[in-house]
Design a protein around this ligand. Structure first.
Ligand SMILES: [Zn+2]
Length: 72
């Protein structure tokens, strides 16, 4: 219990250190950058996978189905 912080304020979500007013809600710019990279990577992966999985079967199936009876 000797590690008790003087101010029980918010902590950095990256490393758990007390946050600084200039870099809230992170303790430093390094952690803010790390969180941004994490967020960008996560946001980039979710929509790409969701869009491809939803567009591939619908667009492919509709086009193939409409082309087949048109070419006889
Ligand atoms: Zn931090």
């Amino acid at each position: 219990m000797s590690d008790h912080p003087a101010q029980g304020g918010p902590k950095c979500p990256i490393c758990g250190r007390p946050t600084m007013a200039a870099t809230r809600p992170f303790c430093s710019r390094r952690c803010a950058d790390a969180d941004l990279v994490r967020w960008v990577n996560g946001a980039y992966r979710i929509p790409v996978a969701d869009d491809e999985a939803e567009q591939a079967p619908g667009s492919d199936g509709t086009e193939a189905h409409g082309l087949i009876p048109r070419i006889p």
